[in-house]
Ligand binder design. Structure first.
Ligand SMILES: Cc1ncc(COP(=O)(O)O)c(C=O)c1O
Length: 444
């Protein structure tokens, strides 16, 4: 008998099932109302229900909900499950660490396993003697990078990019080009020294770089914060060499280049760091998501000369957190890094992802609603004619057992981000399902 992990979908009607429905009712009464409101708005926008399924179990590329429906996860849980959900080596590492040591004294008296993770990440960084700040979520790593830039340059200014997403705590939120609505209510509390430059969608490298120069602020910035490609912003790939060029502009102006590899890092696009593979020479790199193998671990990796700015002569520890470098999450990260390497998942992302992108592109001439198909490795975006249509397609795919996400500033992109371990047969079955749901929506 086949085991959960690489099985095709098996979904019964209705969705959500009876058990999930009860749980969703509790959710609506207890969680922050923002999410229930958003579901209602999206449902209205799409003219289709938007109730969530409720996850109960996940293994490899499969998710099972509270009613026993089985899905194929083409979100990798927001990009976290690069090595698949519940990888046995990560689970074993967590169990062993949990029996030995659950919690230590952070930066004061750290655990052995935290030190091992610091050494591992330093060795994986692109610099000799790279320094590491461990944290929990992606936004934490970006916060640490922004603080580093202020310490190292003495300048509060940041150049960020339209459509960019770096998390929603106050530091990264100020640099969130993805949605003005996210920033607006909190504007008075946010860093006012942020300038947004256009993120190129198409066209020439020279034009893309001069647009950045034109947007450059008069007040010299301390940092340029950029994603190697817009992930949540709609799977937008800049022209080759763009990051390298942006880095050169930053360096000439005395600003640091912070690359946010939280979504792209550790193999999704076929390289450990997409920015470095693209020829860029970052000063600071933020990683998260895939790093923890399913547990919350993020990190700021930094060039040693730049990170030296933290070596405060008064000995003040300016940045720390109770749970940063927790022993269990550190053990999970070490195991996840082993799996990524031992299973050659960066190479696999290209080997499996390139033909998958070709198959998706073959759908374009068959459906007038497809505006564009783009991506790299196992990160694909299918831009559709409207956000409303994308939201309906996401729902129709869910009903067929495929978890996907809308992306882009108007939800106009169907984002497909499977675990890097996914069986290509599941991707091929998805292409057929997508072809059918697009045809059915086109015939409405
Ligand atoms: C590129 C990028 N940076 C930062 C973040 C924020 O990470 P977190 O939600 O863990 O704070 C995300 C999350 O989607 C991301 O895609």
């Amino acid at each position: 008998m086949s085991h959960l992990g690489q099985l095709p979908p098996a979904v019964g009607a209705p969705l959500p099932g009876p058990r999930a429905e009860g749980l969703v009712e509790t959710l609506a009464k207890t969680e922050c109302p923002a999410f229930t409101t958003r579901r209602a708005r999206r449902s209205e926008q799409a003219g289709a229900p938007h109730d969530p399924i409720v996850w109960a179990e996940a293994q490899g590329a499969n998710v099972v909900d509270a009613d026993g429906n089985r899905f194929v996860d083409l979100t990798a849980g927001f990009g976290v499950a690069a090595i698949g959900h519940g990888h046995p080596r990560v689970v074993a590492a967590i169990e062993a660490q949990a029996r030995r040591l659950l919690h230590a004294l952070g930066d004061l008296h750290p655990s052995d396993v935290k030190i091992e993770l610091l050494a591992r990440l330093s060795a994986l960084s692109p610099w000799d003697g790279g320094r590491v700040v461990l944290a929990l979520g992606g936004a934490d790593a970006v916060e640490a990078a922004l603080k580093t830039a202020v310490l190292a340059t003495g300048r509060p200014g940041v150049v960020a990019f339209e459509g960019g997403y770096h998390g929603l705590s106050h530091g990264p939120l100020a640099a969130c080009g993805y949605s003005e609505a996210f920033r607006a209510p909190f504007r008075a509390q946010l860093n006012p020294h942020v300038t947004f430059a256009p993120f190129p969608r198409d066209g020439s490298l020279t034009e893309a770089l001069s647009a950045v120069e034109r947007a450059w602020p008069d007040e010299a910035p301390g940092a340029v914060l950029i994603e190697p490609l817009l992930g949540r912003g709609g799977v937008v790939l800049p022209p080759k060499g763009f990051l390298k060029g942006v880095g050169e502009i930053a360096r000439r102006a005395g600003a640091l280049l912070i690359v946010d590899e939280i979504f792209t890092g550790f193999g999704r696009t076929g390289a450990r760091f997409r920015s470095v593979a693209d020829g860029a020479d970052p000063d600071l790199i933020c990683v998260g998501k895939a790093l923890g193998g399913g547990l919350p671990v993020s990190a700021l990796l930094g060039r040693p000369e730049v990170m030296a700015a933290w070596g405060d002569p008064d000995g003040a520890a300016l940045h720390t957190g109770t749970f940063f470098g927790n022993p269990v999450t550190s053990a999970a990260a070490l195991a996840a890094l082993d799996v990524l390497e031992d299973e050659g998942l960066a190479e696999r992302a290209l080997r499996v992802g390139t033909p998958f992108l070709t198959r998706l592109a073959e759908l374009a001439p068959r459906h007038a609603s497809i505006v564009d198909v783009r991506g790299v490795g196992l990160l694909a975006g299918i831009e559709l004619e409207s956000g409303e249509l994308t939201l309906r397609i996401v729902r129709r795919l869910l009903e067929r057992g495929y978890l996907t996400l809308p992306a882009g500033q108007n939800a106009e992109v169907l984002q497909v981000v499977p675990p890097l371990t996914i069986d290509p047969a599941l991707l091929e079955a998805f292409v057929v399902a997508l072809d059918e749901v697009l045809a059915a929506e086109g015939a409405r």
